[in-house]
Design a protein around this ligand. Structure first.
Ligand SMILES: Cc1cc2nc3c(=O)[nH]c(=O)nc-3n(C[C@H](O)[C@H](O)[C@H](O)COP(=O)(O)O)c2cc1C
Length: 169
C-alpha cells in the first residue's frame, strides 16, 4: 500500500481514450467502500463521461481545473449534509479511495476542489449542481478527473516526507 501511495501523483493531462466500464465499476466500488461517520453513508456520486459536460465542469470554478479539459471521465463527489454533520469528511475519504483505486488500476486522477470555491460571484457548488441537474439537498465536495495518463511524474520519495509534521509523545 505504501508503494502505491508513493506512486500516486496528481495527473492533469489525459489521453483521448475512454476508461473501461470495468474500471469505472471498480472506481465506484472503491468510493462506496469508504467508511462514514456513524455509518450514515451520506455520499452520492455522479459519473460523467460526456466530454462536453466534463469541459463545462471545468468552467464551474475559478482556479485550477486544467485536469478536466482532457479527462474522459469525471466523478462528482457529493454528500447530503442533512444525513451527517461530518459529510465533508465522509466525502473526502470516498474521494481518497477513488484516487488510490485509480492508481491501482493504472489510471491517472486529479482532485478538483469545489467546496468553498467560487465561480465569479457565484459558488462553484451551485454551478456544478445546475450543470448536472443535481439535487439542491446535496453538497459537492470535489470532482475527480480520471483517465489514462498522458504525462508522467516521479513518485514521492519516502525519504523526503515532512517528518517534522509528526510528533511522537
Ligand atoms: C483537498 C484538495 C483539493 C485539491 N484541489 C485541486 C484543484 O482544485 N485543482 C488541481 O489541479 N489540483 C487540486 N488538488 C491536487 C493537489 O494540488 C495535489 O494533490 C498536491 O499538489 C500534491 O501533489 P500530488 O497529488 O501529485 O502528490 C487538490 C488536492 C486536494 C487533496
Amino acid at each position: 500500500m505504501l508503494e502505491l501511495m508513493s506512486r500516486r501523483r496528481s495527473i492533469r493531462k489525459f489521453k483521448n481514450e475512454r476508461v473501461s466500464e470495468e474500471a469505472i465499476k471498480s472506481l465506484v466500488d472503491a468510493a462506496l467502500l469508504a467508511p462514514s461517520g456513524k455509518n450514515a453513508k451520506p455520499c452520492e456520486f455522479f459519473v460523467v463521461q460526456d466530454k462536453v459536460k466534463i469541459e463545462k465542469l471545468a468552467a464551474c470554478k475559478d482556479g485550477p481545473t486544467e485536469a478536466l479539459k482532457s479527462a474522459p471521465l469525471a466523478i462528482v463527489v457529493t454528500a447530503n449534509p442533512e444525513k451527517s454533520d461530518v459529510w465533508a469528511v465522509d466525502a473526502a475519504i470516498a474521494a481518497s479511495h477513488i484516487l488510490l483505486e485509480a492508481e491501482a488500476l493504472g489510471l491517472g486522477c486529479c482532485w478538483i476542489q469545489i467546496m468553498n470555491r467560487r465561480s465569479g460571484q457565484l459558488m462553484a457548488d451551485s454551478q456544478v449542481k445546475k450543470l448536472l441537474n443535481i439535487s439542491t439537498s446535496l453538497s459537492v465536495l470535489c470532482v475527480m478527473a480520471i483517465g489514462i495518463a498522458d504525462e508522467s511524474k516521479e513518485p514521492h520519495a519516502i525519504d523526503s516526507l515532512s517528518r517534522s509534521n509528526v510528533h511522537f509523545l
